[in-house]
Design a protein around this ligand. Structure first.
Ligand code: AMP
Ligand code: MN
Length: 333
């Protein structure tokens, strides 16, 4: 982040007393880490007021990050507060905040901080950096440029953002700077062992059984290079694991030697299937998500297919083959 970006944000927020902090629907580690770090700074150091509101609730594995229960769902907000500005993290377009959009008045100043390669520039101020491995890197820069104190709590929140959004430093987006910055966060109090334990080693028995079931039905195709996992609504009910707890399940697809593209398909309804896509090399899965109106990053993307589960599996396999063919042709040139 450049100094001028930090100044533009500061300028826009200078008159603001109470702000709304939001991020994309179904909040993940990066969006929650950024929201909580920014909230901590705004309330404890700037001594102003802020509300964090998301479409979708906090997954259990992130509860340790929010001991005060600051993160609210849209459903918990009965009346609009008087917000002077809105800060949006991690959204390539404003519709990604889902139902929180109904809280955002037309004329309100909007700060848009994002690291997706494409962004609709919906903010009053837009600060975009697709080289950042996580939005958390951008928030770290912003707070430093503002000469904020990086407290141990802020360090832990931003470390969660970075660790989760890089797939534990696995994705191509991980740069030397990502590691330098994480080292800095450790010096300022981030505890990587504690956060890794909470996020990756805290399955409930039901969740573990669901994992066993889903992995037991993995479909490996295209000569062992594509791994698809599926989860029906009935399975989810049987194991009693809410949808929001399933972030991270898709990452198992890449743990098979030779697999280049992985996907998890979750049945949302009779004609609605949520797809999460992952790749481990430079193959760009956002091109696949884009074919279905979704998007994301090179190694992590998502979309929704308006088809029943089985038909979505077939459509997705076709789309993967199509995008891989096109990418091979491009590389051969
Ligand atoms: P997921 O696997 O669904 O957690 O998503 C991985 C990445 O893709 C995240 O960076 C999301 O912001 C992005 N993403 C997921 N779904 C969509 C969508 N429908 N439209 C645009 N980006 C998405
Ligand atoms: Mn992110």
């Amino acid at each position: 982040m450049r100094k001028t970006d930090a100044s533009r944000i500061a300028e826009l927020l200078r008159p603001a007393s109470r702000i709304l902090i939001t991020a994309h629907r179904d909040p993940d580690g990066d969006s929650l880490g950024c929201q909580l770090a920014f909230h901590e700074y705004w309330t404890s150091q700037k001594k102003r007021t802020a509300d964090i509101v998301n479409h979708g609730s906090l997954p259990r594995k992130y509860r340790f990050l929010d001991p005060k229960g600051l993160v609210r769902t849209r459903g918990q907000i009965k009346r609009r507060k008087h917000w002077d500005a809105v800060v949006v993290f991690e959204c390539s377009s404003l519709d990604r905040i889902g139902s929180v959009q109904s809280l955002v008045p037309d004329a309100i100043p909007v700060v848009n901080i994002d690291h997706h390669p494409q962004n609709s520039m919906f903010g009053t101020v837009n600060v975009l950096d697709s080289t950042a491995a996580a939005c958390g890197e951008m928030v770290y820069d912003l707070l430093n440029l503002w000469k904020a104190r990086i407290t141990p709590a802020i360090a832990q929140q931003l470390a969660v953002a970075i660790v989760t959004d890089t797939g534990r430093f696995h994705y191509h987006s991980t740069s030397p700077r990502t590691l330098e910055l994480t080292a800095e966060l450790m010096r300022q109090g981030a505890d990587l062992t504690a956060l890794t334990d909470q996020i990756y080693y805290s399955y409930t028995v039901n969740h573990f059984r669901l994992l066993q079931h889903v992995l037991g039905h993995a479909q490996i195709s295209a000569g062992g290079t594509v791994c698809l996992l599926t989860l029906s609504a009935a399975d989810r009910r049987q194991f009693g694991v809410p949808m929001r707890e399933l972030e991270g399940l898709v990452d198992y697809t890449l743990s098979v030697r030779g697999v280049k593209v992985g996907a998890l398909l979750k049945e949302l309804g009779p004609h609605k299937t949520k797809v999460s896509l992952r790749s481990s090399d430079s193959f760009n899965v956002s091109e696949i998500a884009g074919l279905f109106g979704g998007g994301g990053h090179v190694n992590a993307s998502g979309c929704t297919i308006d088809l029943p589960m089985e038909e979505s599996v077939a459509a997705l396999k076709k789309a993967i083959a199509q995008v891989r063919r096109a990418s091979r042709v491009r590389h051969a040139r």
